[in-house]
Design a protein around this ligand. Structure first.
Ligand SMILES: C[S@@+](CC[C@H](N)C(=O)[O-])C[C@H]1O[C@@H](n2cnc3c(N)ncnc32)[C@H](O)[C@@H]1O
Length: 268
């Protein structure tokens, strides 16, 4: 039987310690961070629809298991398909350290070749976080996600937002790059851009809809977190988590977020 979520975090980089785990004040739930709180809120609502079910979860491009391992700790069976053997090795170590190696399956493979790796119509919840902006064919990957889902199953998709990238580059003085990001059809500034595309809410939703999924919710993730001085982000983590959650679904804040989270469902 699934247990309560015990959510972990990824290592932070330069600037504010966005991934440091904080317990939301007053909440009797899992620890939340500015980087993950909004996504976990949406996922927890989905898990709570079937509180005693052991779900089959697929995390495409799940990397080192930042979401997969907590979901396994919550009692679900999680398969991570990722192109990187190094990421999968780290995932396996993390799952073993967390005592859930038996609930986490690591599979090396391509997101758009899921048909050979995962049974069609077999997955209750599919995650695809920070992947569609780097793959060759995002439409193929989304179609593969939709095919893997059971009718009624849900998809959690996190993509890079274009608007935040434009603002970020402009605020750092790179007005030429900002102008390119604002007008380029893919929302990138090649050839030096690390991403192959960025999205706005409409283009991301259209991608999922074209694959037969019904988009139920769109939230902004990291509306403010990346903009704050480290002293503020580190010193007021709980307040920042609450503010991120408060702004995530509201215009214009949602559309200025560093990432957009789409929650979609395969029609039953
Ligand atoms: C930015 S990381 C995101 C990891 C994780 N989903 C997260 O949000 O923390 C992107 C991941 O996608 C994987 N990846 C990139 N292209 C892929 C593909 N075509 N098929 C499967 N995984 C892929 C990478 O190896 C990497 O682990």
């Amino acid at each position: 039987m699934p247990r309560g979520l015990n959510l972990g975090c990824r290592a932070g980089g330069a600037g504010p310690r966005l991934d440091r785990v904080e317990q939301t004040p007053g909440a009797a739930g899992p620890p939340l961070t500015p980087r993950t709180a909004v996504v976990w809120s949406v996922l927890r609502a989905e898990l709570d629809r079937r509180p005693s079910a052991e779900l089959t979860v697929l995390d495409v491009g799940g990397g080192t298991g930042g979401f997969a391992v907590p979901l396994a700790q919550a009692g679900h069976q999680v398969t991570v398909v990722d192109a990187s053997p190094d990421a999968l090795a780290a995932l396996s170590r993390r799952a073993a350290e967390a005592g859930v190696a038996d609930r986490v399956r690591a599979v090396q493979g391509d997101g758009d070749a899921l048909a050979g790796l995962v049974e069609p119509d077999s997955v209750d919840l599919v995650l695809c976080h920070a992947v569609l902006e780097v793959v060759d064919e995002p439409a193929s990957v989304v179609t593969a996600l939709a095919t893997a889902l059971r009718p009624g199953g849900a998809a959690s998709v996190l993509v890079a937002g274009r608007s935040a990238a434009v603002l970020g580059r402009a605020m750092n003085g790179h007005l030429d790059v900002a102008a390119t990001l604002a007008t380029d059809p893919t929302g990138t500034a090649r050839p030096r851009d690390t991403l192959r595309r960025r999205f706005d809410a409409e283009s991301a939703a259209a991608l999922l809809t074209a694959a037969g999924l019904t988009v139920e919710e769109i939230h902004g993730v990291r509306v403010l977190a990346d903009l704050l001085p480290a002293a503020v982000a580190d010193g007021q983590q709980g307040a920042l988590v609450e503010l991120e959650r408060a702004l995530a679904a509201r215009s214009p804040w949602r559309d200025l977020a560093v990432q957009l989270h789409l929650f979609a469902r395969r029609p039953a």
